[in-house]
Design a protein around this ligand. Structure first.
Ligand code: ATP
Length: 440
């Protein structure tokens, strides 16, 4: 049985494998199961119970489970009404009304560029269908998109070296930049860019398999009995068995350029700043832009995506994130940002009340450690691990172009950052990013 690499066995800071399940305290009601969604959320307003072989919307036969998040479970299903054989990903939201923005955004993006002329459009999942399913826990919105094989963070977790081959890293970064430029050109902020939301496309060879052939190749669905503590009976909206997600993926270093086409997913946090004002971000702390900490009255907007995009592009090339912390807090992330980028704009520096716990007024670290500038981080997180794993390092000219690009995206003040169009037109993108896409 092939099993998805467990999120519980992380050898690196959890921030690199970001699966930020809500930490709202819930009483444990069930025997906990590894790699399974929190069973306590099978309650009114929560997840919809699904069984293998269920048929939804009179056409989608559930074949396996693909994964789960805080707001949904996602299933591999066979579209029985499709003319050609076809698998789809069926994302079933929790039964809460505010979780419906994802389909609205996907619909908007589809309708904005129906012919798919923009290269970034190909990276955004096509909304194939949407419907509502009624169940014991309420009414759940379902969206149907193409299935993917794994997220970038899953591919890393399946690998010892946790690195992508250089041409693959370039192709992933370039597609991600195209996708963000496409979203921004349509007035949409993704607002949750991280490696867990970047999925590698499923090879078309999988689409040709019948469900039985799929089970033969990847294993029968692994079912775990759901047991309530103290022998109490399961409630009405609770499945009697939970399904361990299928593992269709590969270790990051084994992914070839031809397999490096990505999908940017999870538009649940996405919004249009022209019509909606947002101040709260759920992006993992290490990817959050400094204005979210130091100028919380500033609404989220395109530059907050640009900051996160720079951090993700850096991490795609390397083994470790740009800003690191085992258990990040707002202060520790700010410390990391200043440690690398230097002095904050004066108003922000003065408003950071706890700054004295981290730096003196000459910006020396109070713990006596030397600051870690860009060059050191690039060496430690990207070049040294690549060398140790016998993988190609980033050459000097590309390194300079990446530094130029990423540091211009990481300007402290949001108005000083490059916009997505400028990122798309950057030297790195034209000299290294776009050429890498010829292999995908
Ligand atoms: N199209 C897809 N193909 C394959 N797997 C998918 C697909 N969409 C989602 N998944 C799987 O389901 C998981 C959860 O999906 P997603 O992140 O969209 O859910 P969410 O409930 O919005 O989660 P989050 O807690 O990140 O907000 C993903 O990490 C991935 O493993």
């Amino acid at each position: 049985m092939l099993r998805r690499p467990s999120k519980l066995r992380l050898p690196f800071p959890p921030a690199l494998s970001i699966h930020h399940l809500s930490t709202k305290s819930t009483t444990t009601l069930y025997t906990p199961l590894e790699d399974i969604e929190p069973l306590e959320r099978y309650r009114p307003g929560g997840y919809h119970p699904v069984r293998i072989n269920d048929r939804l919307h009179s056409r989608y036969r559930i074949v396996h489970k693909l994964g789960f998040g805080s707001y949904s479970t996602t299933w591999l299903a066979r579209d029985e009404k499709a003319e050609a054989t076809s698998y789809v990903a069926l994302k079933i939201a929790v039964a809460q009304a505010e979780c419906t923005s994802e389909s609205r955004v996907l619909r908007l993006l589809r309708d904005e560029d129906p012919e798919g002329k923009d290269a970034g459009r190909a990276v955004v999942p096509a909304l194939l269908d949407e419907f509502t399913v009624q169940g014991p826990n309420g009414s759940h919105q379902c969206i149907v998109t193409l299935p993917a094989s794994m997220s970038l963070s899953d591919a890393r977790e399946a690998s010892y070296g946790r690195l992508f081959q250089l041409p693959v890293a370039r192709a992933i970064a370039a597609q991600l930049i195209q996708a963000v430029a496409f979203l921004h050109s349509k007035g949409v902020v993704h607002s949750d860019l991280h490696e867990g939301n970047i999925l590698l496309r499923l090879p078309s060879s999988v689409d040709c398999l019948t469900p039985d052939q799929l089970y033969e190749k990847y294993g029968q669905p692994e079912l775990e009995a759901v047991q309530r503590l103290h022998g109490q009976p399961l409630g009405n909206g609770v499945p009697d068995h939970a399904v361990v997600p299928i593992w269709l993926g590969a270790a990051s270093q084994d992914i070839t350029p031809a397999e490096s086409a990505i999908l940017l997913t999870d538009f649940g946090e996405s919004f249009q700043p022209a019509t909606t004002t947002r101040h709260r971000s759920h992006t993992p702390l290490i990817l959050r832009a400094p204005e979210l900490f130091l100028e919380p009255s500033l609404p989220l907007s395109f530059p907050t995506d640009i900051w996160a995009l720079a951090c993700v592009v850096f991490s795609v090339f390397g083994q470790r994130p740009l800003f690191e912390s085992w258990f990040p807090s707002q202060d520790e992330v700010l410390q990391e940002q200043i440690d690398m980028l230097g002095q904050l704009p004066p108003g922000w520096w003065a408003s950071w009340k706890t700054r004295g716990n981290f730096f003196d007024e000459r910006l020396e670290r109070v713990d006596g450690e030397p600051r870690r500038p860009w060059a050191e981080r690039f060496e430690y997180s990207i070049q040294v691990p690549r060398r140790l794993c016998g993988m190609e390092e980033v050459g000097d000219r590309e390194k300079a172009a990446l530094e130029d690009l990423l540091l211009s995206m990481l300007a402290f003040k949001p108005t000083h950052r490059l916009d997505a169009r400028q990122v798309l037109q950057s030297k790195w993108m034209t000299r290294w990013g776009l050429p890498a896409l010829e292999w995908t």
